[in-house]
Structures are given as C-alpha cells and as structure tokens.
Design a protein around this ligand. Sequence first.
Ligand SMILES: Cc1cc2nc3c(=O)[nH]c(=O)nc-3n(C[C@H](O)[C@H](O)[C@H](O)COP(=O)(O)OP(=O)(O)OC[C@H]3O[C@@H](n4cnc5c(N)ncnc54)[C@H](O)[C@@H]3O)c2cc1C
Length: 568
Amino acid sequence: MAQNIIIVGGVALGSKAACRFKRLEPKSHVTIIDQDRYISYGGCGIPFYVSGDVSDVNDLRKTSFHMVRDEAFFHNCKDIDVLTQTRVEKIDRENKTVQIRRMDGSTDTLAYDQLVLGTGSRPRRLPIPGIDLPMVYTAANLNDAQAIKEVVTKGQVERAVIIGGGFIGLEMAEALADMWEVETTVVEYCDQIMPGFVSSMFARMAQQQMEQHGVHFYISEEVKAIEGTDTVEAVVTNKRRIEADLVIMSVGAIPNVDLARDAGLQIGKTGAIVVDEYLRTTDPVIYAGGDCAEIRNLVSGQPAYFPLGSMANRQGRVIGTNLAGGKAVFKGAVGSFVVKTFEAALAGAGLSLSSALKAGFDAVSVQVAQLDRAHFYPGKAMMHLELVVEKETRRVLGIQGFGDQGDAVVGRIDTVAAILEDRPTIDRISNMEVAYSPPFSSAMDILNALGNTAENMLDGRYRPINAEEFAEKWSCNGDGDECLILDCRARQDGEAFAQKYPDRWINIPQDELRQRVGEIPPGKKLILLCNTGVRSYEAQLNLKEMGRDDPLSVQGGIVTLNKCGLDL
Ligand SMILES: Cc1cc2nc3c(=O)[nH]c(=O)nc-3n(C[C@H](O)[C@H](O)[C@H](O)COP(=O)(O)OP(=O)(O)OC[C@H]3O[C@@H](n4cnc5c(N)ncnc54)[C@H](O)[C@@H]3O)c2cc1C
C-alpha cells in the first residue's frame, strides 16, 4: 500500500533517505520539509567554496551530471515534494501529524504514515559579549558560506580570527590564509588543536605545517569577548587582544533535538536522539539519522556522536530502505576523519590515545615515520602513523596519520578503519596485505612497520620515547636529570650535533657501535636517536646484547622531532 512519508530536514540525511525510498516505493508520496532555502548540498565543500577552489556556490548543490538539486529537481526527477523555508514546529505522535509554519506565518497540519528526522545540528555559539556583532559567522551552512565569501572577495577582510581548532576551524583558516592572504589566527581553548582526535604530537605537526603557511595559533587560550561597535574590531582572550575584521566561530555542533524531545522521543547521553540499529527512534514509525542522532562507537561500544557527512549519507540510505519495509542495519561507526592542512593531511579512525584512556582502556600508542612509497622511487614523502593498542589483549583501538601526500595517508587510515570493528590485534596490522608497486607503496609497507613496531614494544624489545617526552628530557638536561644523546646516524649527519652539544651528544654510527661501545661515557641515561628510528632501534638491540638495556630510542627519529617543531 502506498505510504505518506514526511522527512524533516533535507540536506544530507533527509534527501538521501527520500531518494532511496522513492526508488523502492515509487507509488508512495514523500515530502521533504526544510526551514532553509537550500537543500541537498555538500556542506563539507563550504571551506573550499570560501577558498575559491570551488568557484560557484551552485557547484555544491549540483549532481555529478550538473543539475542543481532544488525543489524543481526533486519534483521533476524524483517525484518528491519539497517545502523549503518551512519549519516543522510540532510532532503529534498520537494522530501521526506534524504542524508546519511557512515564512509568511501561515500554518498547516500534515499527516504521515512514517516520519524521518534529519534535523541535523547547529553550531555552538559561545555565550560571550559581542557574539551578535556583524562579521561574526559560524560557517555552518550555505548562507554563511556566501556571506563570508562576499566580504572576503570585496576586500573587507584583512585579519580573521577563527575560534576553535577543530577540523572545520582548520579548514576555514586554510581557506582564508591560502587563497585570500588574509592574516589568519586560530584560537584554541584546549592544549592542542584537534583535541581528542589526535595525539599532541600529531597536532603539533599539523599546526607547524599551517604556521609555515602563515596561520597564527594561540593554544590554551580562552576567548572572553568579541569587541567592536558597528562591526568586529577584535577578539579578546584571557591572554591578549587580537585585532580582527572577521570572526568565524567553530566550537562544535549541537544536535537539533527539540522536535524529538518535545514529542517524547528518547534523547541519549550525548544529547542526540537515541536510535536502534535500524535507525528507528523510540517510536517505531519515526526514524532519525545524521547529525541529530546518536550512534554506537564500534571500538568503545559506547554511545557516540559523529556529526559527519559520511555518516549522514550512509544512514540516509539505510532509513530509505527501512521505510520501504527493509531490514537494513547501521551498526555504528569508528569515526574516520581527514582534514587537509595545505598540502598535508591529518587523518584518523577509532580512538586516539587520550580518548582510549578516557573510555577506560589500558592503552598505549606507538609511532613510526617512514616513506609513503619505495625509498628509491621519485616523489616519495615522509608519513607519520600512530597506532593505539590495548596493552593486555594487543587489540588495535585506533590509528592516526599525518603526511605530505594526503591520498597516501588516507589510504592507510581507511585500510585499518575497515577492520577496526572486527577487534583486530596488532599481528593483523603486521601482516596486512597492501597492494605493492614502488610508485605507490613499499614492499614492507609503513602499516606493516607500524604493526611490527607495536609488537616489538609490547614484547619489551623496543623501548621508545616519543617526541614530547624527548623534548621534556632535552629541556631539563642539566637540572640533575642528565641524559646523553647517542646519535646513531652516519658521521656526515651526526658529527655537527656532537660538536654543537659536546656534553650532551655523541655520534657513533650504528654500524660502528660494536667496536666503539667503550667510547660511551658511563653514568648517564642514554637516548638513542637516528633519522626515522630504525637505526636507533637496531642500536638498542646491539647495546642490550652488550649488557645495556636501559637506553631509550626516539620513535620516528629526528624527522619526527623536526616535524613537531623541535629545533635542535
Ligand atoms: C564547514 C563544514 C565542513 C564540513 N566538512 C565535513 C567533511 O569534510 N567531512 C564530513 O564527513 N563532514 C563534514 N561536515 C559535516 C557535514 O556537513 C554534516 O555532518 C552533514 O551536513 C549532516 O547532514 P544532516 O542532513 O544530518 O544535517 P544538516 O546538514 O545539519 O541538515 C539539517 C537540515 O534540517 C533543517 N531543520 C532542522 N530543524 C528543522 C525543523 N524543525 N523544520 C525544518 N527544517 C529543519 C536545518 O535547517 C538543515 O537545513 C562539515 C560541516 C561543515 C559545516
């Protein structure tokens, strides 16, 4: 029997659910209702429209065959009715109706057999003075995107402040600094950018990359106010006043759940709507998905909130199938993400070390630095990967990566993301089969090296120290915590450092270590260092064989220290 389906919200989740359902049940009637004037657009493209990479805003609204997805498109191509600039104000579950209000103030009541909530999220706005000043935006939708692009192209912006160093904030910072040469500053409240997503070392790598392209950062600073009279003049933090003509607030997303809550549907502890694996709410004829719904984190098993377009699109298809009587399942997600930082990419899947510890895992992490393709092949670039592992079970909980060739980083992250829900152990990563040819990868790929390094560490063969721990030891040397750097690189690389720091640094190439071990002064903690961590690990094994099992090896080597901004 033909059904009457109402879908509230028509961006990613809503339009996908509508189209999938209509393909399965063409005789049923579907109405999408959205309070905005735009529907079915690629919100993830907003930073690239602002930057100018995407020149026409309508490109974000077009199909791959160049049709703009507006009301007429949905009516003519999909036989779906769309009501834009129309707000759903109430759900009456008993009578299965929704109350709507149009722009002109007129209201109506529409009946449904099944209802979909794709109400998405809204950007969090800090409750600070000046938040309502002109030139304060949130970059949350196409209206914001057009407004920001307009003031930038008109030359009204010389200095911009982005509040929040999450992925949207970073992308917007790059958009302004790169194409428009706006003096751009990011202010982050936490002690690193991308907090919770990556380790502080990977955050430093991305930050340094962006600093090299002119973006300024103030980390661990709280924005207290936005100053200005007729327009924005400055952002005031607990430490300074930063002059600005434009402010973009990017401090997180809040799920739009008022309709659901008022209708008595269950809201979860993340603040989003509770759904089952079929994406049904606590009312079996009402579905919810995308940015308004809570799903399961497939690694931690706990309720999670992932406001990501990749989730909304896949969930929309599941809902469309189930509206038509199907039994499609959305089990949850591992939270894969990637963010472009100029020519590099920062990506991850599963839990970072801090989020794993917070979720109650007894976890550790290990890092490697290796070329992303065969060392002899032109065009190779360094890649950094970090694997988060549960100590006792050796279960892989997450992976993060940073590298100068984004596609190569994403390839590795996606490979591990695909198996994370199967609870893989590190030997699965050690033996991971990846397609190999020198222009694309290495015979022993960086993923395999990562698994092997984790195994060596958990077995006690490899005793690493990370860049942050190294920096701490390096800076407190002379304060009673004396350590000596044993540089295992070739003379042409290590000798200059030994001359620069004669009391703290010696250079014995790893292949000479057996003969020259007597030259190591006694009584100091040894820290082994090489270019990427391979020779220092070999040196650690050599020294152990010779009776010294106390040295630590700098993981990722000097390449990683430099990438984190540690200038030796
Ligand atoms: C700048 C930016 C960059 C992003 N980049 C990425 C990225 O690179 N990768 C990624 O995976 N994700 C990215 N995202 C996130 C992604 O855009 C969202 O996850 C996705 O748009 C969510 O889709 P949705 O349909 O659930 O909700 P939304 O896109 O929020 O749409 C919900 C719609 O419902 C409407 N609505 C709400 N309540 C009502 C009501 N009562 N009546 C009528 N209409 C209502 C809203 O006005 C809105 O139009 C980005 C987001 C932004 C803002």
